[in-house]
Design a protein around this ligand. Structure first.
Ligand code: CMC
Length: 432
């Protein structure tokens, strides 16, 4: 952090002395006012529910410029990464700060590949779940359960333990998601096959059976790999902040990542892709494109409680750059699978067209986010709707781990402990 020449002064209307705070500069983006001494000097807290104006940490991993619609991983624009790299290279970049050289890439892929299998006992843990359990419920349990199966690497003060847990989590997440899927459809679990790519292997564990060979479709593999890249990190969003806060207590990485999975599940966050596809399907079943206008009126009517899922973002006040790439992938996959006339895609395009012209959306700067098209791609690939958020969790694991490791590597990190404005009863006695 670099100290700015500027200082911030906080003045009070009741004549109390004003207080000065240092201002720090990042490499790009808003400066921050360092208020760490505020409470000590004024006996007051800041109040910022939803963290609308609070930088909770210093980070050098991911940068978003919401007004420009820009997303950078370690400085590289997301579109360049999506067009030139695969998910393993992007994972290496997020973890290590630089894109890998050819040998580093090969070594990293081999390392991940060596850890794709999960402890055999985990399948008995899996079998304890009902077949109709939501995959995110299963995944939260399985990831948290990893701390019981891999307790040899849970010393978070040891960088080597942190590295091994990171590799294990990234490598095993596809296996766990595929296990959750196979459990729900009642098919035998598929072991990883390590001569396949990370994404090809996941596709085979999802859709292959022991009865016949599974051939990975290149277009599908590339599309899913791109979904992984686009979801890999997104700075201090709700689930990442959850991982950091949970991890700040010194808990083991599997517990911290399980907390992230649980947070991601919500419909305002990672659950939006599932909610978006459900919305499109519902609309399609109830009049389709013809009824889009009527539906949009409902969305704009606050009393209806209906939101256009896959639209709007806390940080992007412009087109989400991931949505553009996802729309491109959507077209490519539908064409490759002979689904050019997919009615849900047409419906989504029509909703987007109307929204981008409608003053309600324009004034509020509401644009499609990554989830608007990702559900259509996943559905075309054959991924069940209820598994969408688990795919998101799989991809985000590397971001969570990179952010968690960055926090723990900082010698000055502290347990996260927000304060509050208390508005309950003052002290009172129980009546005799
Ligand atoms: N449909 C209709 N109105 C909306 C929508 C929407 N999708 N999103 C925001 N608004 C309105 C909202 O009603 C409010 O209007 P007003 O100022 O008149 O009260 C205004 O826009 C600002 O909304 P907000 O809820 O204060 O904004 P926020 O920054 O707190 O919420 C959000 C961001 C993503 C939760 C919200 O836009 C939303 O609920 N979107 C739908 C869910 C969704 O697609 N989420 C995925 C986010 S991207 C994936 C991820 O990173 O997890």
């Amino acid at each position: 952090m670099e100290l700015s020449d500027k200082k911030a002064t906080l003045a009070f209307s009741d004549g109390s002395p004003s207080v000065e705070f240092p201002v720090y500069k990042g490499t790009v983006g808003p400066d921050v006012i360092d208020i760490r001494k505020l409470y000590g000097q004024t006996d007051m807290f800041t109040y910022d529910p939803g963290f609308m104006a609070t930088a909770s940490c210093e980070s050098s991993i991911t940068y978003i410029d919401g007004d420009k619609g820009q997303l950078l991983y370690r400085g590289y624009p997301i579109d360049q990464l999506a067009q030139n790299c695969n998910f393993m290279e992007v994972s290496y970049l997020l973890l290590n700060g630089e894109l890998p050289e050819a040998q580093q890439k090969a070594d990293f892929e081999q390392l991940i590949t060596q850890h794709t299998m999960v402890q055999e006992q985990m399948q008995f843990f899996l079998r304890g779940f009902r077949a109709d359990a939501h995959p995110m419920a299963i995944l939260t349990g399985l990831v948290g359960g990893m701390s019981a199966f891999y307790h040899d690497s849970t010393d978070v003060a040891n960088p080597e333990h942190r590295r091994i847990s990171a590799i294990r989590l990234i490598a095993k997440m596809p296996t766990l998601v595929a296990m959750a899927h196979k459990h729900s459809v009642g098919q035998p679990l598929m072991y990883p096959q390590n001569d396949l790519s990370y994404t090809g292997n996941f596709l085979r564990m999802m859709f292959g059976t022991p009865c016949e060979d599974y051939k990975v479709n290149d277009v599908v593999e590339r599309a899913l790999d791109r979904i992984f890249i686009l979801h890999a990190d997104h700075e201090q969003n709700a689930s990442t902040s959850t991982v950091r806060l949970c991890g700040s207590s010194g808990t083991n990485p599997y517990a911290a990542i399980a907390a992230g999975v649980a947070c991601l599940w919500g419909p305002a966050h990672g659950g939006a892709n599932e909610a978006c596809l459900n919305m499109l399907e519902h609309l399609q079943a109830n009049g389709g494109v013809e009824k889009v206008g009527e539906f949009m009126e409902k969305v704009k009517d606050k009393s209806s409680g209906v939101r256009l899922m896959g639209f709007g973002h806390r940080v992007y006040k412009n087109y989400d750059p991931r949505a553009k790439l996802m729309q491109e992938t959507c077209k490519e996959v539908l064409a490759a699978l002979g689904l050019e006339n997919d009615p849900l895609f047409k419906l989504a395009m029509e909703l987007e067209r109307i929204a981008l012209e409608d003053p309600y959306f324009v004034e509020r700067k509401l644009y499609p986010n990554v989830d608007f098209y990702s559900g259509i791609v996943q559905r075309a690939i054959g991924i069940p709707t209820s598994l969408f958020t688990a795919i998101f969790a799989l991809a985000r694991t590397v971001g969570w781990i990179a952010q968690w490791d960055e926090m723990l590597s900082d010698p000055d990190y502290k347990i996260g402990r927000p304060r509050q404005l208390y508005t309950g009863y003052t002290e009172r006695d129980i009546a005799e």
